[in-house]
Design a protein around this ligand. Structure first.
Ligand code: NAD
Length: 496
């Protein structure tokens, strides 16, 4: 395992890209505006990055459209796109340390998690879609004799992918894998908090042999660059991951412009239900702690609402507190870190505000509840468990996006399901039970895109990921992701 000095040295020599990438070239916004990207573990600026406005976004969309129409990518045989994407996957692995460092210093995640989870995960997703695309067949409809009706899938054209900062490289890969494999051109807009891995990815795609204009990256603020993409009249579909409020804005942008398709992966507040028939409460407690502490709790599907059946409540809470206390915030470049820095001072304040609000409203802070300074920087929050709260309190109702877990007790299965489902979000849920019938019964009744049984946050490229209600619609991952990036064509031939 590389030590802290290794990563600090690497950071000292790291180049941070400060330009967008349009038409295969470095691109500086016409009005020369920039924004700063700050390392939350040092409060130091990592780089000033060009801030794209409408005219710059227009240049990117034009380049993407030109590439799509020219067929330099869209017109390739699937197996030729596969070859390039497999090369890209390999290059991601070859640049594993650099990509891990870029994400860690931008948004505060432990560098070892970025190295061992995020980067190989992104490479795997790109390879999986590369391998899928030359194995998908079209259909022939069961018509009467004398007709041949084919149902074919075509690439949509130009896709804009707008992604958040919590898994900068991975979520970009979730969008790019299927969108590019299907033959589309893409304009990718990373978060202003963590744009570097996306920019590096675009450079690696060019190195892998992807033609210019097929993958463009525009950098900038959401209200400027993001809105310009949402309102652009020549984008065929938006694939967005981020907050529900911004997801709603994208639906409005679409309605105000060209009625582009909009696919939304938004917020969450996943319920984790522990039934008293669960035999391995130690594992359940360990996973409940993981479910709220991994990535500092900055996870859309974080198991942030815990429901515990009354007979085991005190015993389970004791175990859980022990497990939570093992997740000590640590400097993100320390290879021992399991939990790093919150993404920004503003976000940390927001999370602390939820804790204070709960305290003021009479809820119990069962463990944690404070922020922490490490090496003079107060970007860290202790794992926090809040009990004795009501359903209408913000700590239960709202997505906190930090290591803050809200717990309630329940008396029977029906109450657990009611509490879990009575929420605006419906992204994921977990159940802990050793009763096979109950696991099937409850899983069917929970409103969630993914239900994990005897684990939390089950996630794999082979299965769809996404939510219902205000968690959005459409699915990332699995072969179903192709549905978002392709359109169906019926060709009806009357045969003579
Ligand atoms: P965010 O909504 O603030 O930003 C997401 C992206 O949208 C960024 O690129 C941002 O620049 C852009 N954006 C912001 N405001 C915009 C605007 N007015 N118009 C156009 N674009 C705009 O979200 P975030 O803070 O980056 O990420 C955290 C959120 O993402 C959480 O709500 C989390 O649940 C959600 N998320 C969801 C999933 C999922 O798969 N469902 C996965 C990860 C994160």
């Amino acid at each position: 395992m590389s030590d802290r000095t290794f990563w600090e040295n690497k950071l000292g020599h790291q180049h941070f890209i400060g330009h967008a990438i349009i038409d295969g070239q470095p691109y500086i916004a016409a009005d020369k505006q920039v924004f700063s990207v700050v390392n939350p573990a040092t409060d130091r600026i990592l780089a000033e990055v060009t801030a794209c406005q409408s005219e710059d976004v227009d240049a990117a969309v034009k380049s993407a459209r030109k590439a799509f129409n020219a067929g330099t990518w869209s017109g390739l045989a699937p197996q030729d796109r596969k070859t390039v994407l497999l090369r890209l996957s390999q290059l991601i692995l070859e640049h594993r340390e650099e990509l891990a460092l870029l994400d860690s210093v931008s948004m505060g995640k432990p560098v070892n998690d970025a190295l061992n989870i995020d980067v190989p995960g992104a490479a795997h997703v790109i390879a999986w879609y590369a391998e899928s695309i030359d194995k998908i067949y079209d259909e022939i409809a069961p018509t009467r004799k004398g007709v041949l009706a084919t149902i074919t899938r075509e690439a949509l054209g130009v896709i804009a992918a707008i992604v958040p900062w919590n898994f900068p490289l991975d979520i970009a890969a979730w969008k790019l894998g299927p969108a590019l494999a299907a033959g589309n051109s893409v304009v990718l807009k990373p978060s202003e908090n963590a744009p570097f891995s996306a920019l590096r990815l675009a450079e690696l795609a060019l190195e892998a042999g992807m033609p210019a204009g097929v993958l463009n990256v525009v950098t900038g603020l959401g209200t400027e660059t993001g809105a310009a993409l949402g309102l652009h009249d020549d984008i065929d579909a938006i694939t967005f991951t981020g907050s529900t409020a911004v997801g709603k804005a994208f639906m409005q942008y679409s309605a105000q412009s060209n009625l582009k398709q909009v696919w939304l992966e938004c917020g969450g507040k996943s319920a984790n239900i522990i039934f008293s028939d669960c035999q391995d409460l130690d594992l359940a407690a360990e996973k409940a702690a993981f479910g709220i502490c991994f990535n500092q709790g900055e996870v859309c599907s974080a198991n942030s609402r815990l429901l515990v059946e009354r007979p085991i409540y005190p015993r389970f809470i004791d175990k859980l507190i022990q497990k939570l206390n093992q997740w000590r915030p640590t400097h993100p470049l320390d290879p021992e870190a399991r939990m790093g820095a919150m993404v920004s001072a503003a976000h940390k304040q927001k999370v602390m505000g939820f804790i204070q609000e709960a305290r003021n409203a009479g809820a119990a802070i069962l463990t944690g509840g404070s922020d922490l300074e490490i090496e003079g920087i107060a970007s860290y929050i202790q794992p926090t468990l809040i009990g004795d709260l009501q359903e209408d309190m913000p700590a239960w109702k709202d997505e906190i996006f930090g290591p803050v877990l809200a717990v309630r007790v329940f008396d029977d299965e029906a109450e657990a399901i009611e509490l879990a489902n009575n929420h605006i979000y419906a992204l994921a849920a977990s159940i802990w039970t050793d009763d096979l019938n109950r696991s099937h019964r409850v899983a069917r009744l929970l409103n969630a895109g993914t239900v994990s049984v005897n684990t939390v946050d089950a996630l794999d490229v082979t299965v769809p990921f996404g939510g219902n209600k205000q968690s959005g619609f459409g699915r990332d991952l699995s072969l179903h992701a192709f549905d978002k990036f392709t359109k169906l064509k019926t060709t009806w031939i009357e045969l003579s």
